[in-house]
Every structure is written in C-alpha cells, then in structure tokens.
Design a protein around this ligand. Structure first.
Ligand code: UDP
Length: 451
C-alpha cells in the first residue's frame, strides 16, 4: 500500500549502488518504491556520479561520498582492480562519515548496499545499522557465482554440460563468461559472497515465479523485490511522464518517443547492447546490414564511443526506416506500443524490463551474465530467439535478419508473443499490492520498523 510521504525518523534507509548505470537503475527505482511506502530514503553515490546527475523530484535525497576518484570515476583509475581497492579504502571511511552525519538528525536504520560492495556490510555492522545486500543480477546467475566462489564449480569449467542444483541443465557456454573462460576478473563477481550470509537481508531484483527462488530460499533468507520497473510502466505508458530513472545519460526522450509515435503498433525493432558492451567493427557492420535486410523499422542505440564503427552512409541510407541515437529512455521505449521486438545483449536490467513490459526479444549476449540470461530468455521463459554465432565468433547479417523476421512475423514469434504476455502479467502481479515482491517489501519494512 502506498503511504503518505513525510517519513518517520526511525525508518531512514540509505542505499549505496555500485557506480555503474546497470547497478544504479534498479537501486534508484527501489529507492523510489521505498519512499512511496513512507520510508525516508537517502541514495549515496560517488562524488563523480553525483556531479553528472540532474536533481530529483520527490522525497529522495542524493548524498555524494568520495571514493578517491572524484574527477573521472573508473576511467580515472584506469584499472578495475585499482578502482575497487581505493573505493574500499576511501569509501569505507566516507560512507561511515555519511551515516554518522545522518545520526544527528534522522539516524540511518538500514544500509542497503550493492552486493558488489561487500565491505559496506562491515561499515553497517560497526555503526550498528541493519545491513541488506541488494543483488542486481538474476538469482540463477548469482547461484552460479556462489557455486564458483565456494569451489563447488571448478573454474574454468570443462564441458559440455554442467549440473548445478536448482538450475536447468546448462551447457558450458550458457554460464556467465567469467566462469567458463579463465580470463575474467573473478574476484569482483565472487566477492559478493564473501560475507553475504552475515547480511540481515538478501534482496534480489527478480520475482518468485520467474526463477529458482524456491530452491534458494531453502538455503538463504532471500527476498525478491522486483521487477524494479516502476508500476506506471507496468500499467501503461503515462502521458507527460518524464521520470525515466536515473539520468546519467541526460536522455533526450522526446526525439525517440516522437519518432515512435509516427510508427504503427508492434512495427519497430528496438536495438541496444546496454551501457558498456563493446562490439567489434565487423560485428557492428553485420548488425547494421542485418537490420537493413530485416526490412523492419528500427531504433538503434549506438553509444558515442561506438558510432565510428557504423558503416559509412548507413544512417543516411536507412533514414526512412531507422533512427540511430546515442542513448534513449529505455523504459519509455520498451513501454511504447510501436515497439514489437527488442534485440538485446541480455543485460539483467534489459532482460527484466523487456519481459515485464511484454516485449519479445532477439537475444545477442556478449559475455558476463548475459549468456545465462540469454539461455533463460530462449529456453526457460521462451520469450525470444537467440542469434547464432559462427566459427569466427561473429553473428552474421543473415541470421539477424532471420531472427528478427521470425520474432516479428513468424510462427515461433506467435508463441513467443503469447509467452511474454503471460510473463508480463506475472511481473505485474508480483509488484502489485499483495503480490510476492510487494509482500516481501512490506515484510522488509515491517522488520525495520520493529527493530
Ligand atoms: N538504458 C537506458 N538507455 C539506454 C541504454 C540503457 O535507459 O540508452 C538503461 C536500461 O534501461 C537498463 C540499463 O540502462 O536499465 C542497462 O542495464 P543492463 O543490465 O541491461 O545492461 P548493462 O549496461 O549493465 O550491460
């Protein structure tokens, strides 16, 4: 039930997302949900990210903490391990200072920290604050990382298939890439589980019917609170809404939405590979010509850093059917009736957003957890098709064309559309009043109030 704003001091929660878009979005949306239920909410973010954010309406306070890289964030560090080490050293101090500063007015009752910032739990415990770890990946992916971190899955994994209790039979290539190839920064992903059992709450951006929650709940006190997609999108697109989530992008919503408004229902393929995935030049060309060959209308997000890889004259040659933008308000786009299919890298947010808004997918995972999400999209939830990768590791234009046509117009597409509609309803049911995720959020809040 939504409650009046003007929260009582005993229920002040501080949220600390990992400073990357894919982590900030779900925690920001969750912040808003907690605020709508009457809690006083502060969102702590790094000084660097805070500088790029616009001000936010409503009851949220955004408070910056230094992590030692105030001018350029991760780019300033130049290396992820250096960044993480300094973030922990400086961040532990500045986070504690922020919590202590708040104690003079409205003390922080609970710190909800991104599971990728595990040291935040020590800060919470030292200051006598409840600690809740928030997982921004799928339950299935976290279960795999947990198994790998505990040596229950020796890495790199030998194929062809892997059995993990609670999960469907997986091929080695379905595992997150950091697990099946020896190259990734394992530590970053496995550190989430270093002390997670000591956290007071384990919150997951997922919903019970979607995943292996029943199996995991037997072992841990996990609570699904998702999808964090705001209800106004789950219900329908709201006229005049300009609250697109966390605006690190300075999104130009109008241009995309106006263009979508000119297109017919379910006629547009929306294409995005998220905020960090880098495609090779050859792959970029294949995607471009695959889109052209599909003969569909398309809206393609190509980040500025990727633009130079577009084939020359592609934008001009396809301007009648396509629009290429450097970023867009994805929730707004996915909720638009003109969008008939989402060609995605299967980042967890994108996957969950598409599923919750009932948009069929063409899955083109590139690595990290995307490979596992892609497996679930295609074989478990049956809400999309996956493109085929050739022996050179490239997805060819013919296959992109084929998958888009099949999802948009083919027989498989009909089944996919029926399935995704069903999942959309279940996602909405989970967060509606009395649904599984809503009850979990109420239980979490009640636990804090009673502390
Ligand atoms: N996003 C957006 N506009 C864009 C690209 C991405 O709003 O142009 C949002 C998207 O809705 C999602 C997040 O950024 O919430 C990307 O997260 P995801 O987990 O899908 O991928 P990542 O960027 O972490 O690889």
């Amino acid at each position: 039930m939504e409650k009046e704003e003007g929260a009582c001091c005993s229920t002040h929660v501080l949220l600390l997302p990992f400073p990357a878009q894919g982590h900030m979005n779900p925690l920001f949306q969750f912040s808003k949900r907690l605020a709508s239920k009457g809690l006083k909410v502060t969102l702590a973010t790094t000084t660097f990210i805070a500088k790029t954010m616009k001000s936010h309406p409503g009851s949220l306070i955004v408070d910056p903490i230094s992590n030692g890289f105030d001018e350029g964030g991760i780019a300033e560090a130049g290396d992820m391990n250096i960044y993480l080490e300094r973030f922990e050293a400086v961040g532990s101090r500045t986070l504690a200072e922020l919590i202590e500063k708040q104690s003079h007015g409205c003390p922080v009752k609970c710190l909800i920290y991104d599971s990728h910032i595990p040291w935040a739990l020590d800060v919470a415990k030292k200051l006598g604050t409840v600690g809740a770890s928030f997982f921004t990946q799928s339950c299935a992916v976290d279960l795999i990382y947990y198994n790998a971190s505990r040596g229950l899955l020796s890495t790199p994994v030998q194929g062809p298939t892997v059995t993990i209790p609670g999960l469907p039979l997986l091929e080695v290539n379905d595992l997150p890439s950091f697990v099946y190839c020896a190259l990734g920064p394992y530590a970053t992903f496995f550190r989430q589980f270093s002390d997670f059992e000591k956290a007071d709450w384990l919150l997951f951006n997922s919903f019970n019917k979607l995943e292996v929650v029943k199996w995991m709940s037997k072992k841990w006190r996990i609570k699904t609170i998702g999808p964090t997609v705001p209800s106004m999108y789950l219900d329908k697109r709201m006229e005049g809404n300009t609250d697109y989530g966390i605006d690190i992008f300075h999104l130009d919503a109008d241009a995309c939405v106006k263009w979508l408004d000119t297109n017919e229902t379910s006629s547009v393929v929306y294409v995005s590979f998220g905020t960090a995935t880098i495609l090779g030049e050859e792959q970029m060309e294949e995607v471009a010509w695959g889109l052209k060959r599909s003969n569909s209308y398309f809206l393609w997000v190509v980040r500025e850093s990727e633009e130079k890889k577009l084939p020359s004259k592609f934008v001009e040659e396809t301007s009648e059917k396509g629009m290429v933008v450097t970023c867009c308000p994805q929730l707004e786009v996915l909720a638009h009736q003109a969008v008939g299919c989402f060609m995605t890298h299967c980042g967890w947010n994108s996957t969950l957003e598409a599923l919750s808004l009932g948009v069929p997918m063409v899955a083109m995972p590139q690595g990290t957890d995307q490979t596992t999400n892609g497996k679930f999209v295609v074989d478990v939830w049956e809400v999309g098709l996956r493109v085929r990768v050739d022996e050179k590791g490239i997805v060819r234009r013919e296959d992109i064309e084929l998958c888009i046509k099949e999802v948009m117009e083919g027989e498989k597409g009909k089944v996919i559309k029926r399935n995704v509609k069903k999942w959309k309803e279940m996602a909405k049911e989970a967060v509606d009043e009395g649904g599984g995720s809503d009850k979990n959020i109420e239980e979490f809040i009640a636990g804090l109030v009673c502390e």
